[in-house]
Design a protein around this ligand. Structure first.
Ligand SMILES: *[C@@H]1O[C@H](CO)[C@@H](O)[C@H](O)[C@H]1NC(C)=O
Ligand SMILES: *[C@@H]1O[C@H](CO)[C@@H](O)[C@H](O)[C@H]1NC(C)=O
Ligand SMILES: *[C@@H]1O[C@H](CO)[C@@H](O)[C@H](O)[C@H]1NC(C)=O
Ligand SMILES: *[C@@H]1O[C@H](CO)[C@@H](O)[C@H](O)[C@H]1NC(C)=O
Ligand SMILES: *[C@@H]1O[C@H](CO)[C@@H](O)[C@H](O)[C@H]1NC(C)=O
Ligand SMILES: *[C@@H]1O[C@H](CO)[C@@H](O)[C@H](O)[C@H]1NC(C)=O
Length: 187
């Protein structure tokens, strides 16, 4: 099995006051991708298990999770890079917010819980089978809105499966700013 080496980083301006939660903002929610049908690809029939156009009608907020029920034949790429999405291929994308959930392989079933940690447009797809799964519809885009903002436990995102987190703290004393940079090194 090829080793995937991906790095992802999130910069957090730790000493800036975080805005108060908006009045009446929705509660945090976990969205199961594809509902009961999950996130699977049948290479024999060349079809996806679910209909992911569901995402176009759903609202997403910081702190929500997308839950992917899947197996070793599929992956989950998370990116804000529309080029990568249109190519169904992350291999030339070294952007710091492109994550690949691919685990270590060898599992019949797996659940990837992907936290939504940044606002804006995010794309999700399976890169497996050289992009064929994505081209066959295993893909969707969402818009992440602020909602209540990130809960404290996600202010530093957890590493994905097969990944470890490396935290680097950098401070500029004059500017009274402290940045912490999280690097995810994934197999
Ligand atoms: C959503 O999923 C995450 C990760 O599995 C879990 O920690 C959290 O408790 C879940 N939240 C809800 C509201 O179910
Ligand atoms: C995959 O598709 C084939 C052909 O349509 C079907 O016979 C088979 O049961 C499907 N496999 C699964 C796991 O759904
Ligand atoms: C799967 O379907 C797509 C589009 O219909 C087609 O281009 C591709 O060749 C098919 N692949 C297989 C393995 O059947
Ligand atoms: C997915 O669902 C949408 C909305 O219900 C529908 O318009 C579309 O044709 C469906 N796509 C597939 C591949 O079934
Ligand atoms: C977006 O991804 C493409 C390849 O998929 C890459 O060439 C480009 O540098 C990426 N852009 C950014 C801003 O990372
Ligand atoms: C993965 O795909 C292969 C080839 O289509 C199939 O034989 C195998 O059963 C699939 N694995 C799982 C866990 O579904």
């Amino acid at each position: 099995m090829a080793l995937l080496v991906r790095a992802a980083a999130v910069a957090v301006m730790a000493m800036l006051a975080s805005p108060a939660a908006a009045q009446g903002a929705p509660a945090y929610k976990n969205h199961t991708v594809g509902g009961a049908y999950g996130w699977f690809f049948n290479a024999t029939s060349n079809t996806t298990s679910g209909n992911y156009s569901w995402a176009a009608t759903e609202r997403f907020y910081l702190g929500d999770y997308l839950i992917f029920k899947t197996n070793d034949n599929s992956s989950v790429v998370v990116t804000s890079n529309s080029t990568t999405y249109s190519l169904c291929d992350p291999s030339e994308d070294y952007g710091l917010d492109t994550y690949i959930y691919d685990g270590m392989g060898g599992y019949e079933e797996a659940v990837f819980a992907v936290p939504l940690i940044s606002e804006g447009t995010y794309y999700f797809f399976s890169e497996a089978n050289g992009g064929a799964q994505c081209q066959q519809g295993m893909r969707f885009e969402i818009k992440v809105a602020y909602g209540r903002g990130l809960p404290p436990d996600l202010a530093q995102p957890p590493p994905g499966p097969g990944c470890r987190l490396v935290r680097v703290v950098v401070s500029w004393v004059e500017a009274l700013l402290l940045y912490s940079l999280d690097l995810q090194i994934c197999k």
